[in-house]
Design a protein around this ligand. Structure first.
Ligand code: FMN
Length: 325
């Protein structure tokens, strides 16, 4: 067992977190993650309304008695979302862990603190992590450039980002981005993190509620098969490389604006990919770690083998060292 501040604060067996995933972070995935002793997050905005989120939380509770959290992503969107109402629903449902992402969590901290909700803020830079610590979050998830989704604009990879964050912070850090096996977990602990956050790897599990074709595409992909889109608009997203992502990159590289790619990047098209298995139907999110994914295990198999592999690696590393007093 790996025990530290993350397992203690969040009441889980293993310091492994499943970050929010639009269209993917549903009860079917979150409940087995909780059952495996890790920390899963229902993705609030995947549910069309706060009332639907309430139903989804209840559905997840029917599947597991173990703790799970909810991700609240606050980003500007084409269709403005009632973030406050989602936050109030989370609290009202008695959820005790929230992953915030996308912008400063400060506007929600009073609400969460009053309800005893522990906040993990996910961010992509040391300065944002320091700010999150100042406003009182319990932990930060630090997303390196490797990550799926929004890596920010600084392009710092986790080999530097995690120790730099460790040097600047008191609160525990969860390393996020590019982690998919026990080697990643062991390395993250060595770099000063006390846990790992994964998106892409959890997408490629038996229980993930997405079409098998998408999972197989991840098994087949190498680490070269992601694209960074929307770079010129300073809203970078790392996504699976396909004909649509390549078209978006081409249009923007040639001076195009958001209006020129709006239809291509529409969230509804991405949702179609997950539902129909047509991996060319739109933009879908995946990180560099696809290059390390070679199978579709159950969540339980994934979590237990990651932990045992990390424990063996740490023990082996210890055995290599002879400390001279
Ligand atoms: N992060 C969020 O905060 N909100 C989201 O809505 C969100 N959607 C995602 C959808 C998918 C399909 C994936 C793979 C990731 C998404 N992420 C989102 C990012 C993950 O929570 C996590 O930070 C990231 O996947 C870590 O990198 P990794 O994929 O290399 O593990």
């Amino acid at each position: 067992m790996i025990s530290n501040r993350i397992t203690e604060i969040f009441g889980v067996d293993h310091p492994i977190v499943q970050g929010g995933m639009q269209w993917v972070g549903r009860a079917e995935l979150v409940a087995p993650i909780a059952e495996a002793g890790a920390l899963g997050m229902i993705t609030a905005l995947t549910q069309p309304t706060p009332a639907d989120l309430r139903t989804e939380i209840a559905r997840c509770r029917d599947m597991t008695d173990k703790p799970f959290g909810v991700n609240l992503t606050v980003l500007p969107s084409i269709r403005p979302m009632p973030h406050r109402e989602y936050a109030e629903t989370i609290v009202d449902c008695g959820i005790k862990v929230v992953e915030t992402a996308g912008s400063n969590p400060e506007p929600f901290m009073d609400l969460f603190n009053e309800a005893g909700v522990k906040v993990i803020h996910k961010c992509t830079s040391v300065r944002h992590a320091v700010k999150a610590q100042q406003v009182g979050v319990a932990a930060v998830s630090v997303d390196g450039f490797e990550c799926a989704g929004h890596p920010g604009e600084d392009d710092v990879t986790n080999l530097v980002l995690i120790p730099a964050a460790r040097d600047a912070l008191e609160i525990p850090i969860i390393a996020s981005g590019g982690i998919g096996d026990g080697r990643g977990l062991a390395a993250a602990l060595m770099l000063g993190a006390e846990g790992v956050n994964m998106g892409t790897r959890f997408m490629c599990t038996a229980e993930a509620p997405i079409h098998e074709n998408v999972k197989q595409a991840m098994v087949d992909a190498t680490e070269l098969e992601t694209d960074l889109i929307l770079r010129t608009l300073r809203n970078t997203a790392r996504v699976a490389k396909n004909s649509v992502s390549q078209e978006v990159v081409r249009i923007l590289d040639e001076g195009g604006q958001f209006e020129d790619v709006r239809e291509l990047v529409a969230g509804a098209r991405g949702r179609t990919v997950y539902e129909t298995g047509d991996v060319e139907a739109g933009i879908w999110t995946a990180g560099l770690v696809v290059g390390l994914i070679n199978d579709i295990p159950t969540v339980h198999q994934l979590v237990t083998r990651m932990v045992s592999e990390a424990e063996q690696l740490i023990a082996r590393a210890g055995a290599m060292v002879s400390v001279v007093a």
